[in-house]
Design a protein around this ligand. Sequence first.
Ligand SMILES: CCCCCCCC/C=C\CCCCCCCC(=O)N[C@@H](COP(=O)(O)O)[C@H](O)/C=C/CCCCCCCCCCCCC
Length: 213
Amino acid sequence: GQDSEPGSAREVLVAFEGCVTEQRDVLLGPYLRGWRGLIRFLNSLGAIFSFVSKDALAKIQIMERYCSGARRDEYRTLQSMVRYEVAHGLVDTQRRAEHPDSGCRTVLRLHRALRWLQLFLEGLRTSREDSKTSAICTDSYNASLARYHPWVIRKVATAAFCALPSRNAFLETMNVGGPDEAVAMLAEALPHICSVYGITEELYAQHELLDLP
Ligand SMILES: CCCCCCCC/C=C\CCCCCCCC(=O)N[C@@H](COP(=O)(O)O)[C@H](O)/C=C/CCCCCCCCCCCCC
């Protein structure tokens, strides 16, 4: 329709496929569209997750402003963004001060969350039919994002996970057919998410940006 955001889970996840160019650059436009789709999906799970979607949305909006701003050419890919911000001293590396909302630190938060997504979707895909979505979500959160969050957020997040529907009901909400179709779609989509994650991780490691405040 009028809305340019992706609809079903397949479209959302496929957006991540379109992020990676032949030169293994990560295009920020499709990356942010993928994120917008994820947030839309998250919102459909209920208001209980709005504290999560608000934070993610704020970060996406910061990035969208860079991508449509005066310096938009520098923000075409993750690689050009890192090059530009680092070369011009636009990244706070010790504490947030002059550049509290650099593209580098903002994407880093999304990047860490992408690791959670990867583990969560892989967990869903490989879990038994009677598994609990909340347990899969808690395990993937504890193995990834949790270490970057203070105690209060960890508590609130794990409490909210309990509201997640059963595994099969969750797979149904993805709107790609029954649980089996959803599992097949995840198997197809996950390598693309892994590749975006891996390229970003390597880029950030090379520039020593993995601990930005
Ligand atoms: C279509 C396929 C289905 C997949 C369904 C999943 C949909 C997920 C959508 C979004 C994922 C969550 C994005 C979370 C971003 C968090 C960024 C972050 O870590 N922010 C913290 C640090 O930021 P700064 O303070 O340094 O600026 C911030 O403090 C945190 C705030 C809020 C809480 C984050 C809790 C994260 C829980 C992640 C799992 C969410 C929901 C699961 C539902 C299946």
